[in-house]
Design a binder for this molecule. Structure first.
Ligand code: SF4
Ligand code: F3S
Ligand code: FES
Length: 244
């Protein structure tokens, strides 16, 4: 519940790996709460009024670019969509998302991970070979139900919360993670992608792929876009089991 004028007590992870001799530590800050305050507003206030060196990322401020993921009181979530009023005791601890290269403080390099993931799942429609290509050919109509499923998966904003919430990823650094499975499922479901099941198996048919998922469900619990992660992972696993 929002209590206008109350003092919010922050504990924020600080560490700049680029700065020689810097040590990871938690630093306290206090911010006076205002109506409708989000963590985006509070962090900007800290940066503008208390510590200009604090690093964090925001672009859209509307839950659609995926850049503001961080661990908020122990749970990965989007800072721009988190109201300070939800913290009844006014205590807020912020850490960077684990599983990604740390840039500094709350800023992590999700882009590097997402690019590698895209390359690994070959994140594009694999159509017929160029020799067979007829550029005047009309695209085939897609079944509306399949189209809905494909576009549902395209709502992923690559925030990385599912990666950070997955204990398997901690144990297996090369684990593709839910975001990678969703990207692959998007192409697996798309009838325009002509890859065979065997070709998809080559990408995800091992313990760093769907067979490594231990159904821990942290990904589904913390996906801010509420994507059907578990349903799609189970679907892919069933299909891959049938390949070999
Ligand atoms: Fe974020 Fe959900 Fe996409 Fe994972 S699947 S990157 S949690 S939007
Ligand atoms: Fe990890 Fe989600 Fe599987 S949390 S173990 S990818 S169900
Ligand atoms: Fe874009 Fe939060 S700033 S999702």
């Amino acid at each position: 519940m929002s209590q206008e004028g109350r003092i919010l007590k922050f504990e924020i992870f600080r560490y700049n790996p680029q700065k020689k001799g810097d040590e990871p530590r938690m630093v306290p800050y206090e911010v006076t709460e205002t109506p409708g305050m989000t963590l985006f507003i509070a962090l900007n206030e800290i940066r503008e009024q208390q510590d200009a060196s604090l690093q964090f990322d925001f672009v859209c401020r509307a839950g659609s670019c995926g850049s503001c993921g961080m661990v908020i009181n122990g749970k990965p979530d989007l800072a721009c969509r988190t109201l300070t009023s939800k913290f009844e005791d006014g205590q807020i601890t912020l850490l960077p998302l684990p599983g990604f290269e740390l840039i500094g403080d709350l800023s992590v390099n999700t882009g590097k991970f997402m690019q590698a993931m895209s390359e690994r799942v070959e994140s594009w429609i694999h159509d017929i070979g160029t020799d067979d290509m007829n550029f005047n050919k009309l695209e085939e109509r897609m079944d509306p139900d399949i189209m809905d499923e494909v576009y549902e998966l395209e709502r992923c904003i690559e925030c990385g919360c599912c990666v950070s919430a997955c204990a398997t990823k901690r144990m297996r650094p090369n684990f593709l993670s839910a975001v990678g499975f969703m990207r692959l499922a998007r192409f697996y479901l798309d009838p325009r992608d002509k890859r065979t099941d065997e070709e998809f198996y080559e990408i995800i048919g091992d313990d760093d792929g769907v067979f490594g998922c231990m159904t821990l469900l942290g990904c589904e619990d913390h996906c801010p876009k509420n994507l059907p992660l578990q349903t799609q992972i189970a679907f892919l696993r069933r299909r891959m089991v049938m390949v070999k």
